[in-house]
Design a protein around this ligand. Structure first.
Ligand code: 5GP
Length: 235
């Protein structure tokens, strides 16, 4: 499988076409951004970690009945994926208070919820990914009710599988963001699952092992990504 043309360059990944119109190659970068691109930097080794971690977790999710775009890992940074049309929703699940939730609700971080929450943001950089509900998504034709139902069902399953898996690695899954795509009429999980897109705290020490270390200038950013990768035990 070979790259043909650069189709799209995002903040953390480049996407290439291949000879197969149904297949793209994703190439993960070490570039890091935060606050809608206002803060820029590099996290050395992040591209390879995020690529290999996403593939490892997507394989587990597939085994648990969540369809994903994963086809084949081609190298440390490159993966062949099914070409999807991305549903323009960021789907966010929270198990504990943190980040924008803690700020909005005037709560400290790390309070465990009675049950997980699910929310949507409209994927739009110009607007800074505003919070929306399913009625907005329907009214603006961002997704159909059937698609929202499938997304909701898969998202709670993703949370269940990932929460249990990270727990076995001594990591608390605080919250995360995922994205879905349309592939031949079906909703499948796309994009990535990594310390860029999840809040991951050490269960014992509550040390942050995710992109908040970069967002908040906490230092030891690379160490945190490497620690998560080490615990995954990927060969
Ligand atoms: P918050 O709304 O608290 O800022 O983020 C909630 C969760 O979703 C965090 O795990 C955060 O990493 C993830 N998240 C939300 N929006 C984005 C985004 O635009 N990019 C990335 N990489 N993660 C996001």
């Amino acid at each position: 499988m070979e790259k043909k043309e650069l189709l799209y360059e995002g903040k953390a990944k480049k996407v290439y076409t291949t000879e197969d119109p149904d297949v793209l190659i994703v190439d993960y970068k070490d570039d890091a951004t935060a606050f809608n691109g206002l803060k820029k930097g590099t996290i050395v080794g992040k591209g390879a970690i995020n690529n290999r971690m996403t593939n490892h977790i997507f394989k587990k999710l597939e085994a648990e009945g969540v369809p994903t775009h994963f086809i084949e890992e081609l190298s440390d940074r490159e993966t062949a994926v099914k070409k999807v049309e991305i549903v323009p929703l960021e789907v966010i699940v929270r198990n504990f208070s943190a980040g924008s939730f803690a700020k909005k609700m005037g709560m400290e971080e790390g309070i465990k919820f009675a049950c997980p929450t699910l929310e949507f943001s409209y994927k739009n950089d110009d607007l800074g990914d505003p919070f929306i509900n399913s009625y907005y998504a329907l009214a603006l034709n961002l997704a159909t009710q059937e698609e929202i139902d499938a997304i909701t069902k898969y998202t709670f399953k993703v949370n269940e599988v990932m929460r249990e898996y990270f727990d076995s690695l001594g990591i608390e899954l605080i919250d995360f963001k995922i994205e879905f795509g349309r592939y031949h009429g079906q909703i499948i999980l796309a994009d990535e699952v990594s310390p860029d897109t999840c809040r991951l705290w050490d269960k014992e020490t509550h040390e942050k092992l995710d992109k908040d270390r970069f967002r908040r200038d906490m230092g030891n950013v690379e160490d945190a990504y490497e620690e998560v990768f080490r615990r995954l035990g990927i060969q």
